[in-house]
Design a protein around this ligand. Structure first.
Ligand code: EZ4
Ligand code: CO
Length: 402
């Protein structure tokens, strides 16, 4: 089999997505997601100008070799743009191979290890009462695990809280909006949120919280300790992780489990965190970290240190990535949980996927490959529109991590 063509479908069915379609001489094609929120066209140009011309004529079954060719062959390594572009190619090749062998993708990753993939979704509210109600609503929908975020008094546009009753979607049209951040009220307020949620929702629901890289290691240690009575499933991204040893300090002080890595793009971002057992869950995701080929290596490395996966799954990860993550989670042994922020109706019309939600779990379909189709005509009716993630400033005006 040979790759005959590859092209990009860049569309915005309620939000922007970059999708790569790779075609072969046997009529089988594969889809890969190349969406990097707020930096979409950088990945598109990387693929269009530097990757697609190198793919034509190659054997799509040589997934490992093509991966190494794109990674080592570029000389310049890593980075979110490069690794997202490689992921788009890699996932499309896995899709092609599974379709050619007429089997669902999970069968190429070791086969089925579990019936369904445990997912968590997002609850949020402007205040604690609204957030509690939102957790209860998601439990009523069948979710067994829920992330809770709420507005913080004195903090304008808190992370995770929707504006004007719309579903939460951090990227906004136009240039980046500005939000405000203040650590002291946040550290006071979050334990109160989880006291209220536990009290109203009982002991059984898994509760998660995303700190979104906003604390110092010692502040995160304090928060982890204060949350211990509420037995969280995890505290996510407690502080920025460029300095992996920061997590040593948090770990010494709290038994609240820790998840990190949604912005990682390589196994080299994770290895101190994992080999020192400073984290419990790895959030690094297929689309931003070189695809299934690289994520499988990271997950296998994590498995020997008892670290499980908890992959990123916000709406900026397209249904192509969601399907890939669900096949991956169905197959690997050290799967932990998968984030699930449902896509809009229009997104799900452009990307028709075979997976479905059932009583707290996501089930992959049995179609060959990923089980995702793209409606290119509908996609063309919703062209790309520039959108950015917000930035955050402290009360004194200085820029901080959003
Ligand atoms: O901010 O996906 O856990 N989920 C998150 C997301 C991220 C966005 C960034 O594109 O942190 O809301
Ligand atoms: Co997050």
């Amino acid at each position: 089999m040979k790759i005959t063509a590859a092209r990009l479908i860049i569309c915005s069915p309620d939000r922007n997505f970059v999708t790569l379609k790779i075609e072969t001489d046997e009529g089988i094609y594969g889809l890969g997601d190349g969406t990097l929120n707020g930096r979409e066209l950088a990945v598109a140009a990387y693929l269009e100008e530097h990757v697609i011309p190198c793919l034509i004529g190659r054997d799509p079954f040589q997934i490992e070799d093509i991966w190494q060719y794109l990674y080592r062959g570029a000389y310049w390594r890593r980075g979110p743009v490069t690794m997202t572009a490689i992921a788009a190619v890699d996932v499309a090749l896995w899709d092609i191979k599974a379709k050619a062998l007429n089997t669902p993708l999970y069968n190429l990753l070791g086969g089925r290890s579990r019936q369904g993939v445990l997912v968590y979704t997002h609850a949020n509210g402007n205040d604690i009462a609204e957030a509690v109600e939102s957790v209860q609503q998601h439990m009523a929908e069948g979710y067994l695990a829920v992330r809770a975020q709420c507005g913080i008094p004195g903090v304008k546009s808190s992370y995770g809280v929707p504006k004007a009753g719309k579903p939460y979607e951090p990227a906004e049209r136009g240039l980046p909006s500005e939000s405000v951040w203040s650590t002291p009220p946040y550290l006071q307020h979050v334990p109160k949120l989880f006291a209220a949620v536990r009290n109203a929702c009982g002991d059984d629901v898994h509760l998660l919280h995303d700190v979104h890289h906003r604390l110092t290691p010692m502040e995160a240690a304090r928060l982890g300790k204060d949350l211990e009575p509420y037995r969280l499933f995890w505290m996510e991204d407690p502080c920025p992780a460029e300095l992996q040893e920061s997590f040593s300090l948090i770990r010494q002080h709290t038994t609240t489990p820790i998840a990190t890595g949604e912005v990682f793009n390589s196994i080299w971002d994770t290895h101190d965190l994992i080999r020192n057992q400073w984290i419990d869950y790895l959030r690094m995701t297929i689309v931003h970290a070189g695809g299934i080929t690289h994520a499988k290596k990271a997950a296998d490395f994590a498995s020997i240190y008892n670290v499980k996966t908890g992959f990123h799954g916000a709406t900026d990860l397209s249904p192509v990535t969601m399907a890939a993550a669900l096949h991956f989670g169905t197959a690997i042994h050290n799967f932990g949980i998968q984030e699930h922020m449902p896509h809009s109706k229009l997104t799900d019309e452009v990307f028709r996927s075979g997976y479905r939600f059932d009583a707290g779990y996501m089930m992959v379909g049995e179609e060959p490959g990923l089980g995702v189709e793209i409606d290119e005509k509908l996609a063309a009716r919703h062209p790309y529109k520039p959108a950015y993630l917000p930035i955050a400033r402290r009360l004194d005006g200085s820029l901080t991590d959003w």
